[in-house]
Design a protein around this ligand. Structure first.
Ligand code: IMP
Ligand code: ZN
Length: 347
């Protein structure tokens, strides 16, 4: 690894937008494929390599293939453990993983055991002393409609109370071209009222101004992507104003957006717009496995594309601490950690 690479790896980082099954590395996929030869899955269908692009629809096909490979409690335990250790090895000190609880009748996996297993993996990593604080957001797949959303919120609520602070919030994700946010509003409102933090994928594709406006009224605690909020890309000043007024941090995923073709190229990524405004913007991976990246690469990419100095990059990673969903004492511990590591990173 060159000098630049070492700096970005050593930089302590916060990852706030990582979908569990999208984060499964190629090594773990190899293990799963070996365990399930009967599925006859070709490895090239589970990731989008360097320089490759896919439409967003094609990206969602990739998740379906990974879901076929991850269909038992043992699989969920293995992928969660591997993903956590990979983020830790990449210098991530605080990670919020998110995942959609899935039921698989054939293997006995239930939504409840799915969440329990993710929590078990988090606890096991903690007991092993892996140097990373991991929390979990239960995800709603927007495609599944009102009832499933409400059922998911109830599960999340239950685990928020019983997981020793590990379940901190709720994510709204899934194919943005399917379903409408208004159907999910009661579930999201309930989640908010019971103390779950909300991170919502909003305006990931164009023409969702009405939905974004509606859901911004909640308001959410963080926003995933927000690619089409600003007027230059067909959004509106009033959406931008709402985000700014409520100071809602954005989770920004450069490689994901370019490979998924919602952003034409890196220099046109909306990171520039929000960063110039001085708005809290957190660099994230989205799906490090599917998009063949890691958080160090994403920071390096943001720096080289937008001309950030090492000092700017440090500030960016440090400011992400204020956007986490874990409570204040965790923020203080992380800030202390950043202070302790500063000399070593800048030596
Ligand atoms: P899982 O929830 O752990 O199974 O992770 C994969 C799921 O995350 C997908 O099926 C989608 O619902 C969601 N997801 C991953 N990436 C994106 C994205 O870029 N936009 C919206 N949803 C996404
Ligand atoms: Zn996402």
């Amino acid at each position: 690894m060159d000098n630049e690479g070492v700096f970005y790896r050593q930089l302590p980082k916060v990852e706030l937008h990582a979908h569990l099954n999208g984060s499964v590395s190629s090594q773990t996929i190899e293990k799963l494929i070996r365990q399930k030869p009967h599925l006859d899955i070709d490895h090239s269908t589970t990731a989008i390599g360097k320089g490759q692009q896919r439409t967003l629809d094609e990206c969602f096909e990739v998740f379906k293939v990974i879901h076929k490979l991850v269909d038992t409690e043992e699989d969920v335990l293995m992928v969660t453990t591997d993903v956590i250790k990979e983020f830790a090895a990449d210098g991530v000190k605080y990670l919020e993983l998110r995942s959609t609880p899935r039921e698989v009748k054939d293997t006995g996996l239930t939504k409840k055991s799915y969440i329990e297993t993710v929590i078990k993996a988090i606890q096991q990593c903690k007991n092993e002393g892996v140097d990373i604080d991991v929390r979990f957001l239960v995800a709603i797949d927007r495609r599944n409609g009102t009832e499933v959303a409400m059922e998911t919120v109830k599960l999340a609520e239950e685990f928020m109370l019983s997981s020793d602070g590990l379940v901190v919030g709720l994510d709204l994700s899934g194919d943005p071209s399917v379903g409408h946010g208004k159907d999910l509003l009661p579930a999201l409102q309930r989640a908010k009222n019971c103390g779950l933090k909300l991170s919502l994928h909003l305006s990931e594709v164009p023409s969702q101004l009405e939905e974004s406006d509606l859901l911004l009224n909640l308001p959410p605690d963080r926003i995933g992507h927000g690619t089409f909020f600003h007027p230059e890309v067909g959004g509106s000043q009033s959406l931008v104003d709402k985000v700014v007024k409520n100071n809602i941090p954005l989770e920004l995923c450069l490689t994901s957006n370019v490979k998924g073709q919602t952003v034409p190229c890196y220099v046109k990524h909306h990171f520039k717009y929000w960063y110039q405004l001085g708005h809290p913007s957190v660099i994230c991976t989205d799906d490090k496995g599917v998009f063949s990246t890691d958080l160090s690469q994403e920071y390096q990419l943001a720096a080289s594309t937008f001309g950030l100095s090492r000092k700017d990059v440090w500030k960016l990673s440090q400011q992400a601490i204020d956007c986490i969903f874990a409570p204040e004492d965790v923020k203080q511990q992380l800030k202390q950690k950043w202070n302790d590591l500063h000399t070593q990173v800048f030596k």
